[in-house]
Design a binder for this molecule. Structure first.
Ligand code: PLP
Length: 404
């Protein structure tokens, strides 16, 4: 581990555990974890206290919609692991975090430039609700920063990135993309769910706002939904105001679960990254596979950029079948015992899902640099099982694919 990793590992343990949130005033000792503070009503001392009011910041009792110590502790912990952030806002899902951020930054007449590899609901939001509100969206090819530079116009206010894309896993040159945005006065937002700040310190790489679905790595156990936005002031305050206007709040029970997940996120990510690399290596040697889109794999597309910009990976990657049809791919996925079939990822369990990005792309379904084969992809979310067992499972899948 580098010093920096060690620093982050220690922070994952320490962050958010302020004495004020883990102990009782006037009594020595305390708890390891901040308890679950359920509540809608926050009480005031007296009329003078009520009249005096409260600052609109975490750490002050006001009203349930602004959260309590359990949510504050989670937000505080997430800020501690996001280098460069002044604070973190919590949302009931990753999509709520993305939608609220874009609504906070865009007004009628503005333009959004959206990475072509964006998460599908982000794309639907842009071409649905945002369009209805008078915001136009154009897409650009994320692995060609020149297409971003060419697309920026006077109305462009926000560029939305995702690195790597969560289906086709292409790594983009975020420092180059954000330098273009900054030069033109455009705010750069990133969906940083894949790597989390442990693997990609987004604000240090030039992004203004880092959004994450906590449903994935932070929760880590497939038992909660949540999202976060980390940023510097004053952008953070804009997102916060919009979130409050829209009544975005997360339950203290879910916040406590997310905090529990956060404590082990570092070791889970290390393990799933190592297992994913082992499985990806094995897949790269299979004749049924034309491309393995796994940034951690030497020789895979984006590997050099990943090495330059990332400090870690995760278990999520995609492979493309060399020569198969939809029915053969279904036989492969159906034959898997250890991989569940499901959207989402980041849990302790492995998942597999077919990937057909053409429908949601303007600039080509797959990165131009890969061997497309059949064009049919399978995305794997590698969990905490023994990777040798996962490989045996995939072997079974490939034989089912070949033999009707
Ligand atoms: C899952 C996911 C989201 C949305 O998060 P939810 O918590 O499911 O709403 C956003 N971006 C990416 C890349 C995701 O994988």
């Amino acid at each position: 581990m580098s010093d920096r990793d060690h620093d982050q590992a220690t922070r994952l343990v320490e962050a958010g555990r302020r004495k004020a949130w883990t102990s009782l005033g006037g009594q020595p000792g305390g708890m390891v974890n901040p308890p679950v503070w359920r509540g809608s009503t926050h009480l005031y001392e007296d009329m003078a206290d009520l009249a005096h009011g409260r600052p609109n910041a975490d750490g002050h009792f006001y009203y349930g919609r602004r959260g309590g110590p359990t949510q504050w502790a989670l937000a505080d912990a997430l800020t501690a692991i996001e280098p460069g952030a002044d604070g973190t806002e919590l949302f009931p899902s990753g999509v709520a975090a993305i939608a609220t951020t874009l609504l906070a930054l865009l007004s009628p007449g503005d333009e959004l430039l959206l990475t072509d590899n964006a998460y599908e609901p982000t794309r639907s939001l842009a071409f649905g609700m945002l369009q209805r509100m008078g915001v136009t969206t154009r897409t650009f090819d994320p692995i060609r920063p020149d297409t971003l530079a060419a697309a920026i116009g006077d109305a462009t206010k926000v560029v939305m990135l995702e690195n790597p894309g969560s289906l086709t896993i292409e790594v983009c040159d975020v420092p180059a993309l954000t330098a273009i945005a900054r030069e033109r006065g455009v705010i750069a937002v990133i969906d940083n769910t894949w790597a989390s700040p442990l693997g990609f310190p987004a604000l240090e790489r030039g992004c203004d706002i880092s959004v994450m679905s906590l449903t994935k790595h932070v929760g880590g156990h497939s038992d909660l939904m949540m999202g976060s936005v980390a940023a510097r002031r004053p952008l953070l305050d804009r997102v916060r105001q919009t979130a409050q206007s829209m009544g975005q709040v997360v339950s203290p029970d879910d916040a406590a679960l997310a905090l529990r997940g956060l404590r082990t996120m570092g070791v889970r990510l290390e393990r799933t990254t190592a297992s994913a690399l082992q499985v990806a290596r094995w897949l790269a040697g299979r004749e049924e596979v034309s491309a393995v889109l796994c940034p951690m794999l030497p020789g895979a597309p984006g590997h050099e950029t990943w090495r330059r910009d990332f400090t870690g990976g995760c278990g999520l990657f995609t492979f493309v079948l060399a020569d198969a049809d939809v029915a053969a791919r279904a036989r492969l996925v159906d034959a898997l015992d250890l991989f569940g079939i499901g959207y989402s990822w980041g849990g302790f369990e492995s998942l597999a899902i077919p990937v057909d990005p053409a429908r949601i792309r303007d600039h080509g379904a797959w990165p131009a640099t890969i061997e497309r084969g059949s064009g049919l992809g399978v995305r794997l979310a590698i969990g905490l099982e023994d990777p040798d067992d996962l490989i045996r499972d995939l072997e079974r899948g490939f034989s089912a694919m070949e033999h009707l």
